[in-house]
Write a protein that binds this ligand. Structure first.
Ligand code: SF4
Length: 451
């Protein structure tokens, strides 16, 4: 069972946004999965093909693929309420497309020209722009000296590199941004690894789902018995022997319930069980799936991989069913890039929007607190810096932890202006520590002199 199977960060966010926004309209189905689209229709979220069909003043949820400038302006002109669930990965490419126009540089998108994501990207350029998907498309491009290249987020990385190499043969100055989403990259790498071990590969996904189709192509190159299924019902026609090793993955738009159903139906087929026994197996299958999902709790320290960086947060894959979010203010260093492995602490398993809230600063604070406690027990001094004059004393910072220094413990002389100690480094002796309330009272040692 692939670790990265089912909804990705962008799709989960779009589906949840649509659910919360009902009744609403989406431009095109919110994801390429007919079952999810049907369940959204049942709560009043309907899909329309173009802004022309959208009633004036309607609430419109933009799916993770995003839309072009012309569609956005058409909706605004109709007075629609636009709820933007464009995946931040895709938004970043829109920004690159806009900048290419501003800089007067032609844009080339490596991806499927008809795919809504590619259409949306092209829709943010005003200058020359093309979508290419194969060598023949590249050979048909007009001559140009310079171009910027981006990728549809679900491109297979190896193919993207091949096409970039072909472009480089024709265009002297090529600026390439490999905008393949890391969630896609990890999923594609995993399907290759699993297909190499499996006798039968099952790829679960909507037939219209581009990323699921690519998973199918990657797996079928390695495992001859690879099947692309949309629902568990399609398993009936697939020959599976009890001794077969079965690999399973699912596209980014496949809901968990369909994945669970597939695992349960396979048990049913293999073991030819009665409906009662099947029910029991279904529960077991759910447990098997749940076991593949990392369990987490608040306070736990885990290592995750940075998937995406936006203006205010960093999205981290922690191997859990939902992605983790670290607010930029909670990073110990802003020197972090996509693909980095970072240590984070779980603050909340669900932040109210289905994401896991993480912090790096908590880990640093905790380590600093443990060191301060150890020094206090050993009777050692700590080093701090005066931060803020407050009533009755000074607040100082010791390795990111605040400590209060009463005015009487600050200097041997009467201190008239406590704020003269702000910014001054000082050696401190901890005189009181409340571990439960995390409060520290210290004395300057030797008594400090105001700067
Ligand atoms: S596959 Fe990547 S780019 Fe596409 S919606 Fe999911 S997270 Fe966003």
């Amino acid at each position: 069972m692939a670790r990265n199977a089912g909804f990705c960060f962008g799709v989960r966010r779009a589906v949840e946004t649509a659910e919360k926004s009902a009744p609403a309209v989406t431009l095109g189905p919110i994801i390429h999965n007919p079952q999810v689209v049907e369940s959204l229709e049942a709560i009043g979220v309907t899909s329309m093909n173009s802004p022309m069909q959208v009633p004036a003043g309607a609430r419109v949820v933009i799916r993770s693929h995003g839309i072009g400038r012309a569609e956005q302006e058409a909706l605004e002109a109709k007075g629609c309420e636009i709820i933007d669930a464009t995946c931040p990965f895709v938004n970043r490419i829109h920004e690159m497309a806009r900048r290419a126009s501003e800089d007067g540089v032609p844009l080339i998108v490596i991806g499927e020209a008809e795919h809504p994501e590619v259409q949306g990207i092209l829709g943010w350029t005003e200058g020359p722009a093309w979508a290419v998907m194969c060598e023949a498309d590249i050979d048909a491009l007009p001559p140009m000296e310079r171009a910027r290249v981006v990728a549809q987020t679900t491109m297979v990385e190896g193919r993207f590199r091949e096409l970039c190499a072909r472009l480089a043969e024709r265009i002297g100055q090529l600026e390439v941004s490999a905008t393949i989403c890391t969630a896609t990259r990890d999923r594609q790498q995993e399907v290759v690894d699993i297909a190499a071990k499996a006798d039968v590969m099952l790829i679960i996904g909507g037939r219209q789902s581009s990323n699921s189709r690519k998973l199918y192509r990657l797996a079928s190159d390695i495992c001859r018995r690879t099947y692309f299924i949309e629902t568990a019902a399609e398993l009936d026609g697939i020959p599976i022997a009890p001794s077969d090793t079965i690999g399973i993955t699912a596209g980014a738009s496949t809901p968990d319930c369909i994945i669970k159903e597939v695992v349960a139906r396979m048990n049913d087929i293999e073991k030819k069980v009665t409906p009662e026994e099947n029910q029991e197996l279904e529960v077991m299958s759910e447990e098997a799936i749940d076991k593949t999902i990392v369990q987490i709790r608040p306070g736990q320290i885990i290592t995750g991989k940075v998937e995406m960086i936006t203006d205010d947060e960093v999205c981290v894959n922690i191997g859990y069913k939902s992605d983790g979010i670290v607010k930029k203010s909670e990073l110990s260093s802003t020197d972090v890039k996509e693909g980095d492995e970072i240590e984070v602490e779980v603050v909340k398993v669900n932040d109210g929007e289905g994401n896991v809230l993480l912090s790096q600063k908590n880990i640093i604070n905790r380590k600093a607190w443990e060191e301060i406690c150890a020094k206090e027990e050993a009777g050692e001094f700590v080093e701090g810096v005066g931060k803020e004059a407050v009533k009755g004393g000074l607040l100082a910072d010791v390795e990111g932890i605040r400590t209060f220094i009463p005015a009487s413990q600050l200097s041997l002389r009467y201190v008239e202006k406590i704020d003269e100690f702000v910014g001054q480094p000082m050696t401190l002796k901890i005189i009181e520590i409340d571990k439960a309330k995390k409060r520290i009272v210290s004395a300057s040692s030797p008594p400090a002199r105001p700067s």
